[in-house]
Design a protein. Structure first.
Length: 89
């Protein structure tokens, strides 16, 4: 059984996570627009993946963009509103 303090803490954590989710989705949508407008998918080459990006491939970046777009597209309009109802003010 959770104590009242533990329950309140969990509510605060969920609200914080909802706020982070909203920010992350907004950033991803902006990133996706730029990715599409600049046609990045067709221009990525292995040489782009050095330094901190070593080990990644054009395919892995494209796969992530596709996966996130697909994931977000499965959310109904009502689902998309939920985080806004509980986010931090």
């Amino acid at each position: 059984m959770a104590t009242p303090a533990q329950r309140v803490y969990m509510i605060e954590q969920v609200r914080s996570n909802a706020t982070q989710f909203i920010e992350t989705v907004s950033q991803f949508k902006a990133l996706g627009e730029t990715f599409a407008l600049q046609n990045i998918a067709s221009e990525l080459v292995a040489e782009d993946f050095n330094g901190a990006n070593t080990g990644l491939t054009p395919e892995s970046i494209i796969a992530y963009m596709i996966m996130m777009t697909a994931l977000l597209s499965t959310m109904s309009v009502d689902d998309q509103k939920i985080p806004y109802t509980i986010k931090r003010a």
